[in-house]
Design a protein around this ligand. Structure first.
Ligand SMILES: NC(=O)c1ccc[n+]([C@@H]2O[C@H](COP(=O)([O-])OP(=O)(O)OC[C@H]3O[C@@H](n4cnc5c(N)ncnc54)[C@H](OP(=O)(O)O)[C@@H]3O)[C@@H](O)[C@H]2O)c1
Length: 326
């Protein structure tokens, strides 16, 4: 069995979850951690069992023994960090939002192709049982055509202008952080819309804090999406279909749920509680692709990431969300 040396770039909250997932995989060697601060790198490495700790991202990227780097810095740094890792010969899985805008994502994809290296956006839902179950139900035809999708994600972090969620320099705002999930749901279950309308509210630091988005499709379908750091609704979407409805959600208890309401039949609920919140499956996919000499994943192809960032750009343009330097 071929094993892969994993490096973690930016050991924050998400990297801790990802490291817990990596630990479940026999093929993954928890090899290195790179932080802006050597003390933080060492602490994370000893807590999760990584072999090397680096006090800079440059040193992490330069280590020839690393095969794959997982990038979990703030959104505004994904472009720079991905390019650096690719140019140092590393395969990359990078957190959402893949980058700030389409230009940056195109440059990342071009670099991966130039270097013939693997690149994937870490889109968690695509590897989870609740998404697979929802696809299976839709494919069975029992709900008929999807007519409308409601999507939502909101929670109430305390306002802090230095936090990446509110700091425009770090790509702050609800849309790229959490609103991206309802957008992913709409693109996954319906597709790319032809018309978009939005309303947004802004925080005192100028970052977008709440946003509603409407999608219209050529087929006559519609979607309404909402994200906010001001309310606390949780995460999910509801598909309104010809023969019934389906809720696809991750509950406050972190369980994944699919609730099926076929007209005239009792409501059915499917609950999934994967180990490590299922973060290991995206890491497993990277290694499966590398085993098969693939430079992109058929589960999250780079074309999907391009559709996603183009749609986010269209939403931002309508809502007047601009990041410094754009
Ligand atoms: N897929 C998911 O379910 C999921 C969930 C949560 C977050 N995410 C994504 O993961 C990424 C990180 O989110 P997080 O919640 O882990 O954030 P976080 O806890 O704030 O961690 C981000 C890390 O980035 C590093 N960093 C580098 N430059 C920074 C700067 N100028 N300011 C602040 N931090 C900086 C810091 O590590 P060092 O200073 O130690 O290097 C920090 O610990 C985001 O892109 C987010 O969208 C994904």
């Amino acid at each position: 069995m071929k094993k892969y040396n994993w490096g973690i770039l930016a050991p924050g909250k998400m990297s801790a979850k990802f490291a817990r997932g990596l630990k479940l995989l026999d093929k993954a060697v928890l090899y290195s951690v790179g932080s802006r601060d050597s003390g933080r790198a060492e602490k994370f490495a000893s807590e999760y069992g990584f072999l090397q700790a680096y006090g800079s991202y440059e040193e992490l990227a330069a280590d020839d023994k690393t095969d794959i780097v997982y990038i979990a810095s703030p959104h505004s740094l994904h472009h720079q960090h991905t390019l650096m890792c690719l140019r140092n010969g590393k395969n990359v899985i990078c957190e959402k939002a893949f980058a700030l805008n389409t230009r940056q994502v195109q440059e990342m994809i071009a670099e991966a192709r130039k270097q013939n290296l693997f690149l994937m956006e870490a889109l968690w839902p695509h590897f989870q049982p609740f998404y697979r179950k929802a696809h299976e139900i839709l494919k069975s035809g029992m709900l008929g055509e999807i007519l409308h999708l409601h999507g939502w994600f909101s929670f109430q972090p305390p306002f802090d202008p230095t936090d990446r969620k509110f700091n425009l320099q770090l790509g702050g705002g609800s849309l790229l952080d959490i609103g991206i999930y309802p957008v992913i749901d709409a693109l996954t279950f319906i597709g790319v819309p032809y018309e978009i309308h939005t309303f947004a509210l802004f925080s005192p630091s100028g970052s977008e804090e709440s946003i509603t988005v409407s999608f219209r499709y050529n087929s006559g379908k519609m979607a309404d999406l909402y994200s906010s750091f001001k309310t606390n609704e949780g995460i999910g979407c509801k598909l309104l279909c010809e023969k019934g409805n389906m809720i696809v959600s991750r509950g406050r208890d972190m369980n994944q749920r699919v609730i099926l309401e076929v007209h005239g039949r009792p409501v059915e609920e499917f609950v999934f509680s994967p180990e490590a919140m299922g973060y290991h499956w995206e890491a497993e996919e990277v290694m499966r692709c590398l085993d098969n000499n693939l430079t992109e994943s058929p589960v999250v192809p780079l074309s999907f990431s391009l559709d996603l960032i183009r749609t986010l750009d269209r939403i931002r343009e309508k809502a007047g969300i601009v990041f410094p330097g754009e």
